[in-house]
Design a protein around this ligand. Structure first.
Ligand code: 4AD
Ligand code: MG
Length: 465
């Protein structure tokens, strides 16, 4: 029967069974005794399985001794206890069928030597065949599923919010415009020139920067909801933590305040950490060996330890008191720069840190104004090695306060009339947050650049593949 490598190593097939594995050659070495040891990986888990080919196999000289990394094979044989070290079991092959050789192995882009992450990004279609990227992607999968598991277990409904939208949720103007390719149908001005300002069948529209506004409407009916999907930002930032297309999960809860919000964000992240430790021990061991030896232990610690909570005002005071020289200005009222965020959670606190109650001027229009008149009920979660991984807030549910805020920011309340309806018809306190999946997985794995956390990164300089 056919088994995945993961199933075989987990003992699903028994010693003595006839098994078939299918995958890609990780490496091959020949012994003088007329044996070839072929390790086969199918991506189901970190480890590969060793297949022993004897020279009596009919294609031994014609094919097997020519196998190189990533040739695709179907191997069938008897599962036996391993003679050497490494794995507990191996396969003595009855046959190895080669479904595809690798052309020109010497110039094959992901040959067995170690490659830089920058080089691998240029071969994004082949880099899944490296240990680094396959470990990241298995963990990305675990994290995504664990997010759903946690929210579903806690009574949240998954709502599919639109990717095409007319509103700029964050108000930062970092929008990609949606246009139709059908040139003849594009709206034209008096002179017959295409009017690119309005081009989604005559209306201006964009790719969403956040599903929050839409998911808030469902929150005011289903009580606990979340949206989880691709999100787009046209920010021209070439940093290790910005992508033009990334994945965000955005839970939203009715009758909830900032404390409830922090509890869910923290509970969800801990559940994700635990799932990765339970399911991806081998992948985490690889990161501990090659990236940062503290990654697995810090996750273990955080499953049981609470995040630090600090107000923005206290964070500024602690940063100032540290005496550290920063490149960016630091005073009450500034938006924290990445260097501030990282110094705070890495050096001053030493673990994920929730910063609350930011000045209202630096945060989005929908955040709930605090009694002090100066701050809003916002929270960001900062993670060592990354900086901000979560942004969230209690929402301004008071109609007059919200309209006043929009006017103060120069927004036209009429443009979001549907959103204001939620405050006209049965308004209720509510809160929510957004977790960037790539940044979370970057913290979990220690892999520093979000471009290596998403299969095909979209950045200002890269839309290849
Ligand atoms: O802080 P942000 O902008 O918050 C929102 O979008 C809210 N509407 C969320 C909510 O309350 N429902 O973004 C949330 C998170 C950030 O903390 C970060 O992890 C991630 O999204 N993020 C990015 N990740 C990768 N590349 C980018 N360009 C990102 N911009 C934000
Ligand atoms: Mg933010």
């Amino acid at each position: 029967a056919v088994f995945s490598v993961k199933q075989i190593l987990a003992g699903v097939a028994k010693v003595g069974d006839s098994v078939t594995v299918r995958g890609w050659v990780r490496n091959r070495r020949d012994s003088k005794a007329g044996l070839s040891f072929v390790t086969v990986s199918d991506g189901s888990c970190f480890d590969a399985i060793q297949v022993i080919a004897e020279n009596k196999l009919t294609n031994y000289n014609s094919e097997i001794v020519n196998l190189t990394k990533d040739c695709a094979v179907i191997a069938t044989g008897k599962l036996v206890e391993s003679q050497g070290g490494g794995q507990s079991v191996e396969i003595i092959a009855d046959s190895i069928e080669v479904t595809g050789f690798v052309e020109n192995p010497d110039t094959y882009p992901v040959s067995p030597k170690r490659h830089t992450v920058e080089y691998l990004r240029e071969h994004a279609h082949l880099r899944i065949r490296t240990n680094l990227i396959s470990s990241v992607m298995r963990i990305r999968n675990t994290a995504s599923v664990a997010i759903h598991d946690y929210l579903q277990a806690n009574g949240f409904y998954w709502v599919h919010t639109p990717l095409i939208t007319a509103s700029d949720c964050e108000g930062a103007g970092e929008l990609f415009k949606v246009t139709t390719l059908d040139f003849d149908k594009l709206p034209r001005d008096d002179k017959g020139k295409v009017d690119y300002k309005q081009d989604f069948f005559g209306k201006e529209s964009f790719l969403t920067v956040s599903g929050q506004l839409n998911v808030e409407t469902y929150c005011m009916g289903l009580s606990k909801v979340y949206t989880f999907g691709p999100t787009f930002r046209a920010e021209n930032s070439n940093t290790t933590r910005h992508l033009a297309e990334f994945w965000m999960v955005e839970p939203e809860m009715a009758f909830a305040d900032l404390n409830d919000n922090m509890a869910v964000a923290q509970g969800m992240l801990k559940h994700v950490f635990k799932a990765v430790l339970d399911k991806n021990g081998d992948d985490m061991a690889f990161f501990a060996q090659f990236i940062d030896k503290s990654v697995a232990t810090r996750l273990e610690k955080m499953v049981n330890d609470d995040f630090e909570v600090v107000t923005y005002t206290d964070a500024i005071a602690r940063l100032e008191k540290s005496g550290r020289k920063f490149e960016n200005p630091l005073y009450w009222g500034v938006d924290l720069a990445s260097e501030h965020e990282r110094f705070l959670c890495e050096e001053l606190v030493g673990k994920p840190t929730i910063v609350t109650n930011y000045p209202k001027e630096i945060k989005a229009f929908y955040m709930r104004q605090n009694e002090d008149g100066k701050t809003v009920a916002a929270m960001d979660i900062l993670a060592p090695g990354v900086g901000e991984i979560v942004g969230g807030a209690a929402r301004e549910e008071r109609y007059d306060v919200l309209v006043g805020k929009m006017q103060a920011l120069g927004m036209d309340p009429a443009s979001l009339d549907w959103y204001l309806d939620l405050r006209r018809f049965g308004t209720a306190p509510h809160a929510g947050f957004g977790l960037g999946l790539e940044r979370a997985v970057s913290y979990i794995t220690g892999v520093q650049n979000v471009r290596d956390i998403i299969p095909f990164p979209r950045t200002p300089k890269n839309v290849a593949f």
